[in-house]
Design a protein around this ligand. Structure first.
Ligand SMILES: [Zn+2]
Ligand SMILES: [Zn+2]
Length: 194
């Protein structure tokens, strides 16, 4: 019972579009006439309890643009567009970093010298946390001659993954995607003789 989050796809497209157009404008401003090499990717995130999110990332390499002019120009262009700028010196050299409304962007120098403008949108959650389905058996519904399953206490679902089938994005080792309690086979009950 994992719910699709209403409007997630629209929210994802909206923030990706906002980031893409913002960085395109900065690139055009900083390096007019230069055709950036654009690469887009989507990173998927899954949590232990079945939430699923996607994060949009974009990078634009600006060939032939020297760092010394690009860094201050990108800072100015992002600053003028309302981004909050932070500069620094990292292990791989100087960088520019900026934030606005949950979006992140920046500029760094690639090992072979080209400067690269990058951006990351916030993770948008497409599916909410897994909710364990209701118990299949309770003390009131247990059949004559049976008792509640000692392992799952009547839930019927796997005691590890609670019926999701996955743990940390991997197949559940307890039920192996079966999703049922392996002791009562999902009935939530055990025969009194067993
Ligand atoms: Zn059981
Ligand atoms: Zn399981």
């Amino acid at each position: 019972m994992s719910e699709e989050i209403a409007g997630a796809a629209q929210e994802f497209e909206r923030s990706a579009g906002r980031l893409r157009s913002g960085l395109m404008a900065v690139a055009a401003d900083v390096a007019p006439g230069v055709q950036p090499e654009v690469e887009e990717s989507v990173k998927e995130r899954r949590t232990t309890h079945g939430s699923m999110g996607r994060q949009f990332k974009i990078s634009m390499t600006l060939p032939g643009v020297p760092w010394t002019s690009a860094a201050p120009a990108v800072s100015d262009a992002l600053g003028a567009a309302g981004w909050c700028i932070e500069g620094g010196e990292g292990a791989s050299g100087p960088y520019v970093k900026a934030r606005r409304d949950g979006l992140e962007a920046g500029l760094f120098r690639q090992p072979f010298g080209a400067v690269c403008l990058w951006g990351e949108a916030p993770t948008v959650w497409f599916r909410a946390r897994w909710k364990r389905p209701p118990r299949v058996a309770t003390p009131q519904t247990v059949m004559p001659g049976y008792r509640l399953c000692r392992m799952c206490d009547g839930w019927g679902t796997c005691i590890e993954c609670e019926g999701l089938g996955f743990m940390d994005g991997r197949q559940c080792i307890e039920c192996g995607l079966g999703m049922d309690c392996s002791y009562c086979r999902g009935t939530g009950q055990q025969h009194l003789d067993s």
